[in-house]
Write a protein that binds this ligand. Sequence first.
Ligand code: ATP
Ligand code: MG
Length: 214
Amino acid sequence: METKRIGIMGGTFDPIHYGHLVTAEAARGQFQLDQVLFLPSGTPPHKDPTQVTDTKHRYTMAVLATLTNPHFEVSRVDIDRTGTTYTIDTLRILQDLHGTAVRLFFITGADAILEIMGWKDSQELLGMAEFIAATRPGFQLEDQRGTIHHWFSSQNKRLHILQVPAMAISSTDIRRRVRKGESIRYLVPETVDYYIRKNRLYAPDVQNSAVHHE
Ligand code: ATP
Ligand code: MG
């Protein structure tokens, strides 16, 4: 059986935006991935759970955003687990699901890869997947290259650096824009923009909300 190459893109996706999508598509092309799985987080270990939008909404927005790409899929693996979800467990579950005929590629932005380096189980993680660190505006991957290469040197080139067309987009900035009544058009897919409005996510100011969609 031919080995399936699966990209995994974890995130809070609160909300999903074009930075995530362009990164996933670049990884798919560069590493000949058969599929990219988007994994919205359940209870994120590194974020305050009370500050994160309901998983139902984050999952639905991810589905809407990936609908038109036949290689993109949204996985509920992290959502459906109770308690704190750890990446190591996620990788184990996905490996079990697909058996040995799968090669996992864990895709992260420059900021997230630096975080992962600090995790206690990072060495074990490296044994389970290859890591793709995507460039991201505002985060200096290049400066850290020495550190990253040192860290990965014992791991037979299991870290790849991926140049992504620069998108200075973050979910934090999108939430701020919605709150202030500013446009997020062209930062997120149109369906996600509509979904945010329809469900009144990110608490837009009432007096500003009329200006979005004329
Ligand atoms: P927040 O501002 O809430 O942290 P975010 O925009 O960073 O949101 P996440 O859900 O935290 O989005 O990120 C999921 C993954 O996507 C991470 O690995 C992150 O580094 C990566 N990523 C997010 N935005 C970009 C971008 N514009 N370019 C490249 N990678 C990105
Ligand atoms: Mg982030």
